[in-house]
Design a protein around this ligand. Sequence first.
Ligand code: NCD
Length: 350
Amino acid sequence: MSVPPVSGDVPLPPFGQGRHLLSVSQFDRAGLQALFDVAEVVRPIAQRNGVCTVLDGAMLGSLFFEPSTRTRLSFESAFLRLGGEVTTTTGFTFSSMAKGESIADTARVVSGYSDVLVVRHPDVGSVAQFAAASVVPVINGGDGAGEHPSQALLDCYTLEQELAARGKPMDGCRLAILGDLRFGRTVHSLIRLMSLYDDIAFTLFAPAGLELPEEVSSVALARGHRVRVAPSVVDAVRGADAVYATRVQRERLTDERSASSLVGDLLNRSMLEQAGNLEAVIMHPLPRDSRPGSYDLSSDVDDLPGLAIFHQTDNGLAIRMAIFLTVLGVSTEAVHLTTKQRPWRADLRA
Ligand code: NCD
């Protein structure tokens, strides 16, 4: 298979706010498109069709103070696939924060060891505090119930592709968003980022007490989009081009009773059938809570044609590569020059 074509330099998107990536509010539509263009360039490398060493000698400090599988591993894989090296700390227990070290001290210290940091932390605003004390770029891997910019970027990138495959543009998209909209940071970032497009119709369904914060819906409304709260999942899903389901963020719920009252499925095949919408694009940031009655996306939708949840995870690699290239100021020309054919083959689908 082919390595990225040598075809001129694709301009890097400006992020603003120094060279940190903290919030999707750093993007305008041109910046978003520019990031997607860089992701297209590195996509063959993410798909293992080329071996790249453009980040040779660079070190990623990966600091995850909350559980993570795909965000941490895909950021780390993205960095390694670009030829860099990775050091990791997971959890408070194994870091000096367990000894009372401040965010500022930790950030200054670890930024002296690394060329870029990815940080996930349970407190809203904590990653921005990290960035303020860091001497290298910081990427927000999720700050509590705040934001998750890289997830929203890969969600938009995926949705754009899924709709394009159906001959539809993002402008005018009807998107149903279901689940824990209060604590689900992926949804907060997604709605803000989708608001950069034109004429989006958001339909929301959340269980009582887990509704979307007004500060998020107001961003969409201020840009002239429609935001409707639906009385049921079936109602929300009817007529939607795409459905984005999210897990109940049980770790952020202080009232245990409200969590235990949520049983059964959030979204399943029969609900899509009742809504007459078995063709909808189905998205989820994952992890999906697959324990019985966990009030999440049922696996009985997995053979539907619109299932896009693993396209999201696969796309996450290219998007995170594009983020690293941007914050480190690496041109796509340099990527072309340092990419060669790979002599091995791993993908069983190839
Ligand atoms: C999400 C997160 O951590 O915010 N997962 C992810 O990064 N893909 C969603 C979740 O935990 O529910």
